[in-house]
Design a protein. Structure first.
Lengths: 470, 462
């Protein structure tokens, strides 16, 4: 188990080469886990030959297949994008390439990011490497599995309601959803534009910090990106003292008792490090799921309107334009996406908008204010990442309401636009479980330094087996 | 029985004079090959985001200022959702509840037309329907537009046309929009209702696909008639979209299916609220030139007749010549007459105000005759010489000397004995004839006033 810096040290000492690391990573791809939609071996070998220097030099990186890489198909795990090859790369991809990062492939997801299990993919479900009968979480399940199973050192996902953090919890990884606007969304295929944020899944806090330094920062192509200066995340000299962490009581209800105990172990360990804890309350927590659903579905119904078969992607023959689009979309989308488009269309319709979309928008503001208020008194919040460990494949595919249950713990950070990180809290049986830290806007550095501290004092038995790269 | 009165409001879409599209860097040009001015953004490919064009915002603010609107320091973009092949994202980015400018007014033929709102939005692409297929040209997709909406302050088809012409002039004179109708840079959609009761509006219909002012006038006239006929026969006007045929001059109702749309507007999450600083508004304000109505008013104030003031203010060149010339000689009425008659007849050539003023001065001082001056002007345009040079070279100095003129007159009398006899018998109208003959003989140099004075003196002798 090596970190980015350790691999690069090995490159310097010529113990390994970027090519040998790439080859070992590609060899770790386990087709039965179905983490990848497209493996970009040829592309990666070509990139390696350019021998670029940078913070990610020679590091194999997996990319969720809703982030464009120029010349490589983007599927969003949907049949509707059949044959679509983007003529441009996402800003994050350009930044990684400039820093010498090497792409292993495009990873599986729930279609357009809509799901919590990576089962709702046109390309079939991805499986959890700790137990292949379990889901890896979602929607960035492929990116989590790629890292957990050693085919990539680090990966990018996208997080609209928890899609980076929830699979990180189920796969024993560190998953960061940065502050809204910290990372450019240009080139990320939109699901819920006001909630979407590109996130990072890595094995440890340090790797995530290095990746964040590369991808964060203002992008003129994304008007919602922030021009706030990017922190030196990886430099730990200025670690804050007298940290106070809030424990929001609402987040510890409706969760498994073992999950509760795991997070409490983290709390105890941190208390020994002179970090103080304070009980806090976020009464709007119970409104998170409905608010998240209304807003994300509404935006999705509009964002996905462009898939009409006119310019690219799947086109079914119809009698006229409207018939063609109806047939193309009917064949192109899976049931969950259709369900969300239908609900999203309804909540924006003139008869329903006041009752649903506008009300949700108002509650979203209350949720945001509540977070900001509570975060005035504490540096961040400690919560469980998921109510349970990974659930069995097939258990919730017909139950959209149950599928949304984990969102209660994660989607609040998306609604409020604040950063949140999930990191390992130990194992429950043979499955990992994570804890979550939710912080103030642009406070990624402090969140990650707390994760580093937990890694150092590791109150639980480290569980990840030495991978073949070791 | 009371008459039915029409109430009309108009929506105008004007293409802004920006070099690039509203949300991407693609060039805006007319007549380019199909699908050459396109990129990932204006094609709405998966993953793209819009970046707002600053120039378009500036022009929209300028339009708001030129239409005497309140400019909103914060406005919000919204998505208007509907499916159509010429709409690549499945929604149009526009402004809905919070437009960039509201509550303006302009003067049209002395009457105030209130402007409800001005907002920014992107153009859709162009569909070309062929027999067995439809083609789409995305060059237009994303071109910056402003939509200008009036209050229902217009009460006749003629007034509607007058409003549109005034608006077009404002947009053109302020360099906000080329506003050429034939290029679809200026499109209008009037809505109309008729009612007998003051202050009570009937059900309105919206007229689409109007490509000329004539079409606006004819379609509205036809639609007013159609609505009145329905009401007279006891029917009910239905809210509808109305189509107009240029060939038949007739309007008809579109099938209701075509318009049963719910656009599901909601704030565009990809663009933060548009914040405009007061400093920038002030800066833009300083670039707004004088509006046509103001200019006419000012010309009238100088003593120029209203009809003449309107004609001159309609032309940027004529207005400029008038104003520059008046800086040299303060004779507004005289200068405007020269501009209206001779300058306009020559199709507004490029001449310097200095020369023009000098020429008029020569007329006013009696140095050259009006006829000679017309010749000087022509010569000025052709040779670019000064009036002084031309007058000298062509020997055009007016003959006012009575001795010389008498000599000319005697010759003319001699050549026209019959007319002379009739003049002597008291036929006054022959004075004009002899003045004309004298002018002809002197090639226009004779001072006509002096000539007629001499003729009447001559008459008295007999």
């Amino acid at each position: 188990m090596k970190t980015i810096l350790e691999y690069q040290e090995q490159f310097k000492k010529q113990e390994i080469t970027p090519l040998s690391l790439l080859e070992r990573s590609l060899a770790n791809i386990n087709p039965s886990l179905n983490a990848y939609i497209t493996v970009t071996e040829e592309f990666a070998r070509k990139e390696l030959k350019k021998d670029k220097e940078g913070k990610l030099k020679g590091i194999p990186i997996a990319i969720k297949d809703n982030i464009n890489i120029k010349g490589i198909p983007t599927t969003c795990a949907s049949n509707v994008l059949k044959g679509f090859v983007p003529p441009f790369s996402a800003t994050v991809i350009e930044r990684i390439e400039k820093n010498g990062g090497i792409f292993t492939g495009k990873t599986n997801l729930d279609e357009f990011g809509m799901g919590s299990s990576t089962e709702r993919s046109f390309y079939g479900p991805t499986k959890n490497p700790f137990d292949p009968t379990k889901v890896p979480g979602g929607s960035s399940g492929g990116s989590a599995v790629a890292v957990a199973s050693g085919s990539a050192v680090i990966s990018l996902g996208s997080d609209t309601g928890g899609s980076v953090r929830q699979p990180a919890s189920y796969c024993g990884l560190v998953g960061l959803k940065p502050t809204y606007g910290r990372v450019s969304r240009y080139g990320l295929v939109a699901f819920g534009s006001s909630l979407d944020q590109i996130g990072i899944i890595g094995r440890n806090a340090e790797d995530v910090e290095i990746m964040l330094e590369v991808i964060a920062g203002y992008d003129p192509k994304d008007s919602t990106s922030s021009d706030k200066e990017v922190d030196d995340y990886h430099n730990l000299e200025k670690r804050p003292k007298n940290i106070k962490i809030g424990i929001p009581e609402e987040y510890f209800k409706q969760i498994d008792s073992e999950v509760y105990s795991s997070v409490m172990e983290i709390k105890k360990a941190l208390e020994k490090e002179n970090i103080t804890f304070k009980s806090v309350s976020l009464p709007t927590t119970n409104y998170i799921i409905p608010t998240y659903q209304v807003i994300s579905y509404a935006e999705a119904s509009s964002n996905l309107a462009r898939y009409d078969g006119v310019r690219y992607g799947l086109r079914e023959k119809g009698e006229d334009f409207h018939d063609t689009i109806r047939k193309s979309r009917d064949k192109g989308f899976l049931p969950e996406v259709k369900r969300r488009i239908l609900v999203g269309t309804f909540v924006l319709s003139s008869e329903a908008i006041a009752e649903y979309y506008e009300r949700a928008d108002l509650i979203r503001r209350l949720i945001t204010e509540e977070f900001n208020e509570v975060l005035k008194g504490v540096d961040c919040l400690l919560t469980p990442a998921t109510p349970t460990t990974a659930f069995p494949i097939g258990e919730r595919t017909d139950d959209s309401i149950r599928m949304h249950v984990p969102d209660r713990l994660t989607a609040g950070a998306n609604l409020a636009g604040i950063p949140a990180v999930v990191a390992p809290a130990g194992m429950i049986g043979k499955l990992p479980i994570g804890y979550q830290l939710i912080g103030r806007p642009f406070d990624e550095k402090n969140l990650l330094s707390i994760v580093r501290l937990v890694e150092k004092i590791a109150p639980f038995k480290w569980f990840l087996k030495e991978d073949k790269n070791g | 029985m009371a008459e039915y009165k029409p109430t009309i409001g108009i929506e105008v879409h004007a293409q802004l004079k920006a070099n690039t599209k509203l949300f991407c860097g693609c060039p805006v040009s007319f007549g380019a090959d199909a699908n050459t001015n396109v990129c990932s953004i204006c094609l709405g490919l998966p993953g793209v985001l819009p970046s707002l064009n600053k120039k378009a915002v500036e022009l929209a603010v300028k339009a708001g200022l030129a239409l005497n609107c309140t400019i909103h320091r914060e406005s919000i973009f919204a998505r208007k959702n509907y499916f159509y092949p010429d709409l690549p994202k499945g929604y149009q980015i526009t402004q809905y509840r919070f437009p960039i400018a509201t509550s303006g007014k302009i003067l049209v033929e002395g009457r105030e037309i209130r402007i409800k709102r001005v907002h920014l939005e992107e153009e859709s692409a162009k569909s070309i329907h062929q027999e067995d297929k439809s083609l789409v040209d995305y060059n237009r997709s994303g071109i910056p537009l402003i939509e200008i909406v009036t209050e229902p302050d217009i009460d006749s088809p003629d007034m509607a046309v007058a409003y549109l012409k005034t608006l077009q002039k404002i947009l053109q004179s302020q360099h906000i929009s080329g506003a050429v109708m034939a290029r679809a840079e200026f499109r209008c959609e009037p809505n109309i209702s008729v009612s007998k009761k003051e202050g009570v509006l009937g059900t309105r219909t919206e007229v689409k696909n109007l490509n000329s002012f004539k079409a606006v006038k004819n379609s509205l006239t036809s639609e007013i008639k159609r609505q009145i006929e329905i009401l007279r026969s006891g029917g009910v006007v239905e809210q509808a979209t109305i189509h107009y045929s240029e060939e038949t001059g007739k309007t008809w109702k579109a099938r209701t299916k075509e318009e049963s749309s719910d656009y599901r507007y909601f704030p565009e999450p990809d663009l933060p609220p548009l914040i405009i600083s007061q400093e920038w508004i002030d800066e833009i304000k300083s670039t707004v030139g004088e509006l046509p109505a103001k200019k006419i008013e000012r010309y009238i104030g100088l003593g120029i007749a209203e009809a003449e003031a309107k004609i001159i203010s309609n032309s940027a060149k004529a207005s400029r010549l008038l104003e520059k010339t008046l800086e040299i000689i303060n004779e507004p009425i005289e200068v405007s007459k020269w501009i209206l008659r001779d300058y306009k007849n020559l199709e507004e050539p490029d001449i310097s105000a200095e020369n023009f003023a000098e020429m008029i001065k020569m007329v006013l001082s009696g140095k050259i005759s009006r006829n000679a001056a017309a010749e000087v002007l022509k010569e000025m345009v052709e040779t670019k010489k000064t009036p002084k040079q031309i007058v000298e070279e062509k020997n055009l100095v007016q003959i006012s000397d009575s001795g010389a003129l008498e000599k000319v007159l005697l010759e003319v009398f001699k050549e026209n004995p019959d007319e002379l006899t009739r003049l002597k018998k008291g036929e006054k109208k022959l004075t004009g004839f002899f003045v004309g003959q004298a002018m002809k003989k002197t090639k226009g140099k004779a001072d006509p006033k002096e000539v007629s004075r001499l003729i009447s003196e001559y008459e008295k002798k007999y």
